[in-house]
Ligand binder design. Structure first.
Ligand SMILES: Nc1ncnc2c1ncn2[C@@H]1O[C@H](COP(=O)(O)OP(=O)(O)OP(=O)(O)O)[C@@H](O)[C@H]1O
Ligand SMILES: [Mg+2]
Length: 278
């Protein structure tokens, strides 16, 4: 399985970190509150890394992801994306960089409810600067659904899909613009442990094919599948370690061994897949 990522964009630039931030601060100020969500962060992420970001609630993980994903701008500090300084770009310029380079996945999937999986995946291409024909657009979305193993569910709406399948659609939607980086903010937060493992297995596959991945997670168990674990605390990086990643495919293969222990956690609401009926 190959992701059709536009690797040429970054070829020959392997010395340049894909993401580089220095002295990054983000404060939220209103008349009544003032919160220093990020208090001076230095970080470099290289192409091809799979990084887990952990830390207590409120430690600044989402704030950092939003800035790295060009959804938000820092109050202070510099941010280079693939060698280009982006911290001073205008809103429109930022949106353009974001659409070309970044794919986002969220805890709540954020799919359009009465819209098919395929149409959900096509959506980012409608807003992209690439002027694709309908045929090309359809082809790209179909390929993205194939990558996440959901071709058979292309015509299903989100309510006809299990949580794990919905997250796969959301991942296909993130991949369809062929980003260099996938940013996932608690992508398995709404999924049972086995489905989480499947989604992380998909991330490992995409990562092996060259995609750089940053994943926020509350579960130390999930972080063990990344190559590097960053822990945030009070708006700062508390630790940053490289680890030998576990294989999600292996963990899944051995799943039966622990199945009985997991039985108590079994939640039919989450695990059952209505889409499988048809
Ligand atoms: N729009 C905002 N206005 C004011 N304060 C905010 C805003 N967004 C976040 N904050 C504050 O910034 C801090 C960091 O929030 P952030 O959402 O980044 O935390 P987090 O690590 O993602 O937490 P969680 O694990 O609960 O998702 C928190 O104290 C939060 O209350
Ligand atoms: Mg958060």
């Amino acid at each position: 399985m190959k992701i059709p990522a536009d690797q040429e964009k970054i070829a020959g630039k392997s010395d340049t970190p894909l993401l580089k931030i220095h002295g990054l601060k983000r404060s939220y100020r209103t008349e009544t509150v003032s919160v220093d969500a990020l208090r001076g962060i230095d970080l470099e992420i290289r192409q091809g890394e799979f990084v887990a970001i952990m830390g207590a609630s409120g430690s600044g993980k989402s704030t950092l992801m939003n800035i790295l994903g060009c959804l938000d701008r820092p109050t202070e500090g510099s941010f280079f994306l693939d060698g280009q300084q982006v911290s001073n770009l205008s809103r429109d310029e930022l949106a353009s960089v974001r659409n070309k380079t970044i794919g986002f996945v969220f805890q709540n999937f954020h799919l359009l409810p009465r819209t098919s999986a395929l149409e959900n995946v096509e959506l980012p291409l409608l807003y992209s600067s690439e002027k694709l024909s309908w045929k090309e657009l359809h082809k790209r979305a179909t390929e993205a659904l194939e990558i996440v193993g959901l071709s058979e569910r292309a015509r299903h709406t989100p309510s006809e899909l299990s949580g794990g399948q919905q997250q796969r659609v959301a991942i296909a939607r993130a991949l369809v613009t062929r980003p260099s980086i996938l940013l996932a903010d608690e992508p398995t937060g709404n999924l049972d442990s086995r489905t989480s493992l499947e989604i992380i297995g998909l991330f490992q596959q995409l990562n092996r094919d060259g995609l750089t991945i940053l994943m926020v997670t509350h579960e130390p168990e999930n972080a063990r599948f990344a190559q590097r674990v960053i822990v945030m605390r009070d708006g700062l990086i508390q630790s940053d370690r490289t680890i030998p990643p576990r294989s999600a495919a292996e963990a899944l293969a051995n799943w039966k061994d622990v199945d009985e222990d997991q039985e108590a956690d079994y939640d039919p609401e989450v695990s059952e897949s209505p889409g499988d009926a048809g």
